[in-house]
Design a binder for this molecule. Sequence first.
Ligand SMILES: NC(=O)c1ccc[n+]([C@@H]2O[C@H](COP(=O)([O-])OP(=O)(O)OC[C@H]3O[C@@H](n4cnc5c(N)ncnc54)[C@H](O)[C@@H]3O)[C@@H](O)[C@H]2O)c1
Length: 269
Amino acid sequence: MTGQVQGKVALVTGGASGIGEAVSELLAREGASVAVTDVDDLRGPAVVAGIKKAGGEAIFIHQDVTSEARWIEVVAEVEKRYGRLDILVSNAGIGISVPSITDMTLEDWRRQNAINLDGVFLSVKHCLPAMRKTGGGSIVMMSSLAGLRGAPGLSAYSATKGGVRLFAKSIAMECAAVGDGIRVNSVHPGIIDTPIWGKIPTEAAGRGQNAPIDPEERAKLATPLARAGHASEIAQGVLYLASDASSYVTGSELVIDGGMNAGGVPRRA
Ligand SMILES: NC(=O)c1ccc[n+]([C@@H]2O[C@H](COP(=O)([O-])OP(=O)(O)OC[C@H]3O[C@@H](n4cnc5c(N)ncnc54)[C@H](O)[C@@H]3O)[C@@H](O)[C@H]2O)c1
């Protein structure tokens, strides 16, 4: 049986955990060779081992997305190994939360921007030339519901995700203008149950609580579908945008959020 991205080569940043892990696994299951990149040298190789065990093809490449020098090496390594690049999933990201923007240090603001925004810029700058050689392809940028709506305590994160949203549209227009066959879209997850929530500082969002944020508890109250999403549900959206099934889709934003962006619903007791 032919997979939905059979024979294509994909690069997924932040592929060692959560959404990136699910995306890497699904693209591999659907026939792509996947370069899984991450700073996590423990989980990254484990994700690749799992993909190979399931009969897929993948390699792990250590990468900090904020390093331009490393981007040049990573793209060269992917081309050397697989001979081409068709799909870029720019997914690596972190969330820094502070009770108030007045509490945010310039250092944290810059770190938030370096990973979530500089990293996405560098991914496109260095992957586009390789993708153009193949005559087409798909770039998927991981934004967030926080790139569409404000989120108290997460203003720096929101700023990066809003930036990613319009960066994707502008690159989509650049690619369309030169007719390189590359489509560019953003994905906007709502509350997804991944390890990211445990990494957000415990004074999270200024609610004075010390326990780590529980995404399921949060989503039950805030989401019309009354539950957190699974990373696999975001991966399905990425697969659609990465594959030829979305051949007429560019510059668009795919919201996968259990209905949060559409409005509120009265909660049943
Ligand atoms: N989980 C959610 O609810 C949610 C909602 C909206 C958007 N997102 C976005 O989805 C993306 C993936 O998040 P996740 O929930 O899977 O989080 P996660 O923490 O499980 O995974 C993120 C991965 O990125 C990697 N990473 C961090 N800094 C890096 C760097 N400098 N270079 C390379 N890799 C780096 C981490 O090591 C980790 O493996 C992020 O961009 C996040 O902002 C997540």
